[in-house]
Design a protein around this ligand. Structure first.
Ligand SMILES: Cc1cc2nc3c(=O)[nH]c(=O)nc-3n(C[C@H](O)[C@H](O)[C@H](O)COP(=O)(O)O)c2cc1C
Length: 358
């Protein structure tokens, strides 16, 4: 069962290797299903500072059957690099075949989801449910690692609930069977998205592995938060999800901070509107005018970030054509800042209610 880990620290300690891949930065984009698609990833990459990005979770069976929706989720471009595709399934053989399919189609990395708390994923034995059976989870990782030569990584939570913090044990086992890196959301499945991040559990997981990078994740919104995650846990890299929606410049600010510029430069309103237009343009390049519909879910983010008055944000939530978009943007240029608002994290919808029913 012992296989050499796919990932080692590069001889240059500033560089992070994940398998054969050298990461351009230690700050990664954590997948947010429905948000972190190709258009958003590309627009953020253009701002600089982003290392690895990961696609939304894709169901292995759907991928193998070539469902258009799944193919859309794995859409990429030459500039969208480095990228891993995240797959999930409760069925090991399907994960193996999906990983092989991805390798055969030129994808450079496969990420196995063991963190998703949703009942429809857990009910099939996928996502966070795999945290509950260490042997099964290890054998699953081993089977995928053996089946492909691209790096295989795992994204997981610290455990199923507070009584079962299994991440240190699992990470060690995954390393032994050749996982290249592990992204660790510092919450249990039971916590969902509530409560606070357990930095201690991330630190223990970092200590439990010998060589592979542990990527700390959870509630990083600012440069200071990322530093805190690194300092307290010793993690090799940080994955940022909702923080990147709140502030797409977070990666470039982190890159600046690494270069010694500790005072983050805030984007001007013009730059922020430019980002909105770029994001939209990239979305429409992929989806045509249907991009208008897809873009509407971002209205709340842009509305809050730019202080757009309610009536204008409402138009951004309902528009249907390119012409309408152009008109809204010219209005935003005139009216941004009219509404005084901060950008609450709550804008990214997380499931609520008892999580057994998610
Ligand atoms: C709306 C939403 C969608 C998510 N989709 C995924 C996903 O597809 N795959 C995954 O591994 N994690 C997913 N996550 C979890 C995030 O990647 C991340 O682990 C979590 O939000 C904590 O990090 P953050 O505070 O930086 O957002 C999702 C989270 C949210 C809120």
């Amino acid at each position: 069962m012992m296989t050499a880990p796919q990932s080692v620290r590069s001889a240059n300690s500033d560089e992070l290797q994940i398998g054969s891949r050298t990461m351009p930065s230690r700050y990664f984009l954590s997948p947010l299903a429905g948000y972190t698609h190709l258009a958003f990833r590309t627009a953020v990459r253009e701002l600089g500072g982003l290392g690895l990005a990961t696609t939304d979770l894709v169901q292995a069976t759907m991928l193998l059957s070539g469902r258009p929706k799944s193919l859309e989720l794995i859409a990429t471009s030459p500039g969208d690099h480095p990228l891993s595709v995240q797959i999930f399934s409760g069925n090991r053989d399907e994960l193996v075949r999906a990983a092989q399919w991805l390798e055969a189609h030129g994808y450079e990395g496969v990420d196995l989801n063991m963190g998703c708390p949703m009942a429809k994923v857990n009910g099939q034995g996928g996502g966070a449910r795999l945290l509950c059976d260490a042997d099964n989870a290890r054998d699953t990782v081993a089977a995928v690692v053996e089946a492909v030569s691209v790096p295989v990584t795992v994204k997981m939570r610290i455990g199923w609930d507070g009584e079962h913090i299994t991440a240190p044990l699992l990470a060690r086992r995954f390393e032994q069977v050749g996982a290249a890196a592990i992204t660790l959301h510092g919450r249990t499945r039971q916590q969902g998205f509530g409560g606070s991040v357990n930095f201690e559990a991330i630190r223990e997981t970092v200590a439990a592995v010998e060589r592979i990078p542990i990527i700390g994740n959870g509630d990083v919104r600012t440069v200071a938060d990322a530093r805190h995650m690194q300092d307290v846990t010793g993690c090799a890299a940080v994955a940022i999800g909702r923080g990147a929606m709140l502030d797409p410049w977070i990666f470039s600010k982190l890159a600046d901070a690494e270069r010694g510029n500790e005072t983050p430069v805030e984007p001007t309103a013009g730059e922020q509107i430019g980002f909105l237009v770029r994001h939209f343009t990239l979305m429409c390049r992929q989806h045509g005018e249907y991009g208008c519909t897809l873009f509407r879910k971002f209205a709340g983010w842009y509305g809050a970030r730019l202080g757009i008055p309610e009536d204008l944000e409402d138009r951004l939530r309902r528009f249907t054509s390119f012409n309408e978009f152009d008109d809204i943007v010219s209005q935003i240029h005139r009216r941004h800042g009219e509404r005084k608002t901060s950008v609450p994290t709550a804008l990214v919808k997380v499931p609520n209610g008892p999580n057994e029913r998610w």
